[in-house]
Design a protein around this ligand. Structure first.
Ligand code: UDP
Length: 492
């Protein structure tokens, strides 16, 4: 509670500002709900089309009595040449993603106006919004940074940027070691996120502004849990002096209606939800392979076709979420032949509800951070199929550090669309078989995955490591006025 001179203490008021990507928005809304569940008055600042993706979750939470709401501000579509309503990386063609980034740089004025107008006790904002650190400083409130990824990828990226080990190799076929990490992490150049592969120094400069803003924040709130990443919290502190609070896996927290997370509040999403759950209810326990590649993936038609044939050849029932429109890639008579053995869902599936269903036994994932963590939380072994950004790094956590996943294919791997080689159906089927069967090794992997799932669930329970992490963070926000007033007194 914040103190209000001479009056009853009033609830803390915290503003949350998510970036315009579904994979950033979903976990930040979950974090806002977690704060609200502890009595903090939570407001999520969001643009109109993005509000449609989170309104169901927020409305449900508010209807259940939690102090949470959205506050709208405009998205500068016209200024960057995007059509009205295209406000999210997932709702624009891949080539237009930089326009969403450009638009995000134009939102500083609205953030400034709304934060000054409402003057909350703290702001939790995406790492993209560097200016919120200086606004918060002016308002004498703490800014807490949110990365949509865990500390393993944060530390790997930090080491890559600091040490540039990829410059020590002269080609794409020799690996290099990423230094200064608690585990030996080996990478190949083509696996690097595009900003590290490019010669474009503007990106490096932009990164350094973000890092500077982060350094001026109170610390970083993390959607992960100590039992898988505590060594990386230490690493982050050692190299960047950055304080962190684990509060996840946020998808597991509280009994909120999981099936509506990130889904547009429309009839198609409701129909998909019912379709998936009805189909899963008919399957045997742990028999189903769930394949989904996040909110904005892109595959070539040739790759979709091989993936379809591979899932079929693996011989396990599967639920596959396909984002691409069109059917030209689909093998002749594929769905008819499948019958009850497989379900192809177009659009959005209720992923966390699916992963939590007893029928699901394995997860084929593109290794977006949320998906990786949701797979770990559900105690499932995974087949990893990274596509872009930092996903090849996230893959290493589950394949090499935790030992709960296998790669979809070996051989050349690249974040670059034009460099990708088509992964063959036989490789897909073999990887699925390792996860769903796989003899003794497969069983060992499943046991390890279950153990991490149990640890994840324990972390968010009352008294668990992430539950306590959130308590500590709220405590720091509550004590902030005393801390800065104490500083003033000391320097007076
Ligand atoms: N998701 C979902 N249904 C889908 C696709 C994605 O619920 O059909 C959710 C998924 O549970 C996760 C988020 O969307 O929380 C995707 O985030 P992630 O970091 O895995 O991938 P990104 O979309 O950022 O690549």
């Amino acid at each position: 509670m914040a103190t209000h001179a001479g009056h009853e203490p009033r609830p803390l008021r915290v503003f949350f500002i998510p970036f315009f990507a579904t994979g950033h928005m979903i976990p930040m809304v979950d974090i806002a709900r977690l704060f609200a569940a502890r009595g903090v008055d939570a407001t999520v600042l969001v643009t109109p089309s993005n509000a449609a993706l989170i309104s169901r979750t927020i409305d449900d939470a508010a209807a259940s009595g939690l102090p949470i709401r959205t506050l709208l501000y405009p998205f500068p579509s016209a200024e960057v040449g995007l059509p009205p309503g295209a406000e999210n990386i997932a709702s624009v063609p891949l080539a237009d993603a930089p326009k969403v980034d450009a638009a995000s740089l134009l939102t500083a004025g609205d953030h400034d106006r709304l934060l000054r107008l409402h003057h909350p006790d703290a702001v939790v904002s995406d790492t993209h919004f560097a200016w919120t650190t200086s606004i918060a400083r002016d308002l004498r409130i703490p800014r807490i940074t949110f990365h949509a990824i865990g500390l393993f990828p944060v530390c790997v990226l930090g080491s890559l940027i600091r040490n540039l080990p990829h410059l020590s190799v002269t080609d794409d076929v020799h690996p290099f070691i990423v230094p200064d990490l608690p585990h030996p992490v080996q990478m190949f150049r083509p696996e690097l996120p595009d900003f590290l592969r490019s010669e474009n120094t503007a990106i490096a400069q932009a990164m350094s502004a973000l890092n500077e803003a982060e350094a001026g924040s109170l610390g970083v709130v993390v959607n992960s849990f100590a039992e898988i990443e505590s060594a990386y919290a230490d690493c982050y502190y050692k190299f960047d002096n950055m304080r962190t609070w684990f509060v996840g896996p946020v998808a597991l927290a509280d009994g909120g209606e999981k099936a509506s997370r990130g889904a547009a509040a429309d009839a198609k999403a409701v129909a998909n939800r019912e379709l998936c759950m009805r189909w899963l209810d008919k399957q045997r326990e742990r028999s189903v392979v769930y394949a989904c590649f996040g909110s904005w993936c892109h595959f070539s038609a040739a790759q979709l076709r091989e993936l379809a044939l591979g899932l079929e050849a693996a011989g396990h029932p599967f639920l596959w979420v396909v984002r691409d429109d069109g059917e030209e890639w689909m093998p002749e008579g594929f769905e008819e032949k499948l019958g009850e053995k497989g379900l192809v869902v177009r659009g959005w599936a209720p992923q966390v509800a699916v992963l939590g269903h007893d029928a699901v036994g394995g997860f084929v994932t593109h290794c977006g951070w949320n998906s990786v963590l949701e797979g770990v939380s559900s105690g499932l072994p995974m087949v990893t199929w990274p596509l872009s950004t930092e996903q090849f790094i996230n893959e290493k956590l589950v394949v090499e550090v935790l030992g709960t996943a296998v790669r979809a294919w070996e051989g050349f791997r690249s974040t670059e669309e034009g460099e990708k080689e088509v992964v063959k159906a036989g490789d897909v089927a073999a990887a699925v078989e390792k996860v769903m069967g796989g003899g003794e090794e497969g069983e060992k992997r499943r046991v390890t995955a279950r153990e991490f799932g149990e640890k994840a669930k324990a972390a968010v329970k009352v008294g668990g490591s992430s539950y306590e992490g959130l308590s500590r963070l709220i405590g720091e926000i509550r004590d902030w006025p005393k801390k800065i007033n104490g500083c003033d007194a000391a320097t007076a």
